[in-house]
Ligand binder design. Structure first.
Ligand SMILES: C[S@@+](CC[C@H](N)C(=O)[O-])C[C@H]1O[C@@H](n2cnc3c(N)ncnc32)[C@H](O)[C@@H]1O
Ligand SMILES: [Zn+2]
Length: 370
């Protein structure tokens, strides 16, 4: 079967779960092989087997050579212990029903983590798995779609994930930026986030050879953990540190695969690549976050919006939509006010999500700042 036919089949199966990244409305796969929403935003299904959800290409430093280097290091086994730990977490996920485990990899890069994890789960008795991967880098997604055809691959921004609320049991977010508002929106009620960040000894030998400033990584890991805790309860935190042998010919891949070398002059990188690093340390924190739930208390805030809601009946049409959005504690309207106020008591729901949702129901909505 051709790549595009396979992708078409996968997307048709998933189409009820997709939503327009711009207005949040439902997407339908047209015969022209475009996903189209009610507001005529449309997204091409590429012949190479992925969907592009970006209207404008984004300049990113996560280009082809970096992704090829990551793929090489993945195949060489550098990430194996981390992959095994991720797979272990997926296998012990406490699924409440017998349906397929749905996984989204947010910032999936060239796709190996997600594709291997899904294959591993599907070879076990526990439950079947299916997934989607999203990444801002078109080159990364092209590589993913080329290598693995059993996953829905999307070029897109994780700040506008093209899926409807509460579609995924598990989100992977491996060595990539996070957007917790979006993560909470697309996670199911009992869903989990598996987030991986580098620890302070990660690639320490390489950092020393490249002359990277000491200590930065340690500070950043702590900041990232604290930031995550503000957005969702962290149920478990696993530290994984190991050393691997690094054959000489792999050193250039190691240098190329990491953002650590972005600030290092090419001459310095060439110099380091000529030397030997016999062993290299991998050091990760695997953080297990849980979907926010009403039983867990979080700080509440009141968000106020100007709308064009005309009547209580119109306001009522928002009820099923707002009820679906994680982090909406309660809401009301003041239709006597000239700004036709919508007030939302939020325990983590972001104003952007609320605006998107109200607009998807056909009303104007913008936030009134105090
Ligand atoms: C260090 S790579 C990790 C990729 C992959 N998870 C892995 O471990 O090989 C970071 C990835 O995050 C992606 N990324 C950065 N910002 C993003 C955004 N706003 N939306 C989607 N992906 C993003 C980059 O394109 C890149 O592929
Ligand atoms: Zn749309």
């Amino acid at each position: 079967m051709k790549k595009i036919e396979r992708a078409q089949k996968l997307i048709s199966r998933l189409s009820a779960q997709l939503s327009c990244p711009f207005c949040g409305s439902h997407l339908v796969l047209a015969p022209t092989l475009r996903l189209v929403c009610a507001h005529r935003h449309s997204f091409d299904l590429s012949r190479k087997g992925y969907v592009n959800f970006l209207y404008k290409p984004v300049n990113t430093r996560y280009g082809k050579s970096m992704m090829e280097a990551r793929s090489q290091m993945f195949r060489a086994g550098f990430f194996d212990p981390l992959l095994q730990e991720v797979e272990k977490q997926l296998l012990t996920y406490d699924k409440k029903d017998s349906s397929t485990l749905s996984i989204l990899d947010a910032g999936c890069g060239e796709g190996s983590f997600l594709a291997f994890a899904i294959r591993h789960l599907n070879n076990q008795e526990t439950y079947k798995a299916e997934g989607a991967g999203i990444d801002l880098s078109k080159e990364a997604i092209q590589m993913a779609a080329n290598a693995y055809s059993d996953v829905v691959w999307c070029v897109g921004d994780l700040a506008r994930i093209p899926f409807a609320p509460h579609q995924f049991d598990v989100l992977l977010n491996i060595l990539s930026p996070a957007n917790y508002t979006e993560f909470r929106r697309v996670l199911k009620k009992d869903g989990q986030l598996l987030k991986v960040i580098p620890g302070n000894r990660h690639l320490i030998e390489l950092r020393e050879a490249l002359g990277c400033p000491k200590g930065i990584q340690a500070v950043r890991s702590e900041e990232v953990i604290q930031h995550m805790k503000k957005h969702m309860p962290v149920m478990n935190s696993i530290r994984l540190t190991y050393q691997t042998r690094l054959p000489e010919h792999r050193l250039p891949y190691l240098i190329e695969m990491t953002p650590l070398s972005w600030k290092v002059p090419q001459q310095k990188k060439d110099e380091v690549a000529k030397n030997k690093l016999n062993r290299v340390t991998a050091d990760f924190h695997l953080l297990v976050g849980r979907q926010w739930s009403r039983s867990i208390s979080m700080k509440k805030e009141i968000l106020v919006f100007r709308t064009n809601l005309q009547s209580a009946e119109e306001a009522q049409t928002l009820q099923p939509l707002l009820a679906q959005l994680a982090g909406v504690y309660e809401w009301n309207t003041d239709l006597q006010d000239c700004d036709r106020i919508l007030r939302v008591v939020s325990s983590g729901a972001g104003s952007r999500d609320i605006i998107r949702l109200v607009r998807s129901a056909g009303f104007d909505c913008c936030e009134l700042e105090d």
